[in-house]
Design a protein around this ligand. Structure first.
Ligand code: NAP
Ligand code: MG
Length: 500
């Protein structure tokens, strides 16, 4: 289906859109047990989109019980791999058929440009589901190399009930990174979207059902962190939590596991990614464009955003001119306009948080050389212009803490070795990039940086085939690729003694 081409077209489509409001449990939409709701607000104009079911412990209990019952019944967990493949392939197809609707729900809910929501987020989410669907009947179990008096088979068994807790910056995509492998292996999943962005998750529940997923295998419980996330984390009958979000909340899930049933935890958390430009990079315009997009993409609400520009003094002046020119092409606009390349911040709280960091950067003595203000305030929505600080020291707050907004900190260095030291001087280790034309420097720097992914002469590149996740306090466990299947399964050895 061709995308709608104009802002008026999307605005009209938005007006007639059916907004999902209820939790999705045991194959149908349902209110919270006490009828409680919360306001789902659009950051485009501050308007309330809907009152959405506010799930709490009782609802989580119900969702987990249904997920457990579905798992025990085995209609999904023990279904033939090719049957699970068929259903998940159908789900990917339905996501593509509903790309306009899902993209629009995402844009209205969290403010990203419609072009990104529809053509990037929904597309990648469907590709992810398809990838794991295709993997289901192609991944083999093992036979151990024992002596001839035994046969030892190593099976990968689904864990049971997986809780997936996801953030608001890529709501559908982050959910899909969990759901694809978790469902492919045969688990039941209880998905808790962020309270800022529940809509695509709720729609996905119904689409999965339409695709043929048995009732209870995918439950969606909207609600806030303390209300719905915590009871899921503490639940004695949840076998694993797959989490994406902040490092602070990630640590809470480790505690929840320790205080309850020692459930497995995988964590995709924050980052403060260094973007290094060395003097032997001969394509400075490409590097400058990547540095700008690497931090401003998705309003800067990206876990792996290249928020620390680490640039060599020899080329710095030339590079900064190119960077500012690239940044000036990126400007907040109406997210429903297909021409817009920078959308709205997710909500008022996040907007104030980012503005607070901009203020702190000034107070600590960094040079504000671009942006720094809220714009489009007459819309009632939340927009911040691309912001660049120069003369940042790596010990300043804006170089250490995750801002999660369109704010770049520039740190000048005098050598490759200093660049690596600065890059690693952080509690995070999610991603990094280096621009160089030296094959030696590329390999040296890539191996020296403690991060889950290092890009060379590109930024934020990759596809579903490559693992993604962090070192250090960016978390552990990997999303994407065949490796992601491992964390949703336990190994079981079946040892058969053979009579002579
Ligand atoms: P967040 O505040 O940590 O929230 C993540 C999820 O945890 C949300 O569903 C949230 O629910 C829930 N939660 C919050 N407090 C909780 C509590 N006390 N108990 C249980 N659950 C709780 O993160 P966010 O603000 O949504 O997203 C931004 C963060 O995500 C950034 O730090 C970013 O780096 C990280 N992120 C990481 C990756 C990655 O792959 N590494 C990808 C994207 C984002 P409510 O929001 O409803 O309260
Ligand atoms: Mg919202």
């Amino acid at each position: 289906m061709a995308a709608i081409a104009t802002v008026d077209g999307w605005t009209e489509r938005a007006a007639e859109l059916d907004i999902p409001r209820q939790a999705f449990i045991d194959g149908r939409y349902t209110d919270a047990h006490d009828g409680a709701t919360f306001a789902c607000v659009s950051p485009i104009d501050g308007r309330e989109l809907a009152q959405v079911a506010a799930c709490t412990a009782e609802d989580v209990d119900r969702a987990v019980a249904g997920a457990r019952a579905a798992f025990a019944a085995g209609t999904w967990a023990t279904a033939a791999p090719k049957e699970r493949k068929r259903v998940l392939l159908r789900l990917a197809e339905l996501m593509r058929e509903h790309a306009d609707e899902l993209g629009l729900l995402e844009t209205l809910d969290m403010g990203k440009p419609i072009r990104e929501a529809r053509d990037t987020d929904v597309r990648l989410a469907a590709e992810c589901i398809q990838y794991y669907a295709e993997a289901v009947d192609k991944v083999y179990d093992e036979i151990a190399p024992t002596s001839r008096d035994a046969v030892a088979m190593i099976y990968r068994e689904p864990l049971g009930v997986v809780g997936a807790v996801v953030p608001w910056n890529f709501p559908l995509l982050m959910a899909s990174w969990k759901l694809g492998p978790a469902l492919a292996v045969g688990n039941s999943v209880v998905l808790k979207p962020a309270e800022q962005s529940p809509l695509t998750a709720l729609r996905l529940g119904a689409l999965a059902s339409e695709a043929g997923l048995p009732d209870g295998v995918l439950q969606v419980v909207p609600g806030d962190g303390p209300g719905a996330g915590q009871p899921l984390g503490l639940h004695p009958d949840v076998d694993m939590i797959a989490f994406t979000g902040s490092t602070e909340v990630g640590k809470r899930f480790l505690r929840y596991a320790g205080e309850s049933n020692m459930k497995r935890i995988s964590l995709e958390c924050g980052g403060k990614s260094p973007h290094i430009v060395l003097p032997d990079c001969h394509d400075l315009p490409a590097a400058a464009s990547a540095a700008a997009w690497g931090v401003f993409y998705n309003q800067g609400e990206v876990c792996n955003a290249g928020t620390r520009l680490v640039v060599h003094e020899q080329i710095k002046d030339e590079f900064m001119d190119l960077l500012l020119a690239a940044a000036r092409d990126i400007a907040p606009g109406n997210p429903l306009d297909p021409e817009t390349n920078l959308g709205a911040m997710v909500d008022q709280t996040q907007t104030e948080r980012v503005m607070g960091y901009i203020e702190t950067g000034r107070e600590e003595g960094a040079d504000l050389i671009l942006g720094g203000s809220r714009v489009r305030t007459d819309t009632g929505g939340f927009y911040i212009e691309p912001t660049v600080f120069d003369r940042v020291r790596n010990d300043m707050t804006i170089a250490r803490e995750e801002i999660f907004g369109p704010v770049l900190s520039t740190i000048e260095v005098g050598s490759e070795a200093e660049a690596v030291t600065v890059a690693n001087d952080t509690m995070y280790g999610l991603a990094a990039a280096v621009w160089t034309d030296s094959v030696d420097a590329a390999h040296r720097v890539a191996r020296a940086i403690r991060a889950g992914v290092v890009w060379v002469n590109t930024f934020d590149a990759g596809d579903i085939t490559s693992p993604f996740g962090g070192f250090k306090q960016s978390g552990f466990g990997r999303d994407k690729s065949i490796h992601a299947l491992e964390k949703y399964a336990d190994l079981k050895t079946v040892w058969i003694g053979l009579r002579p």
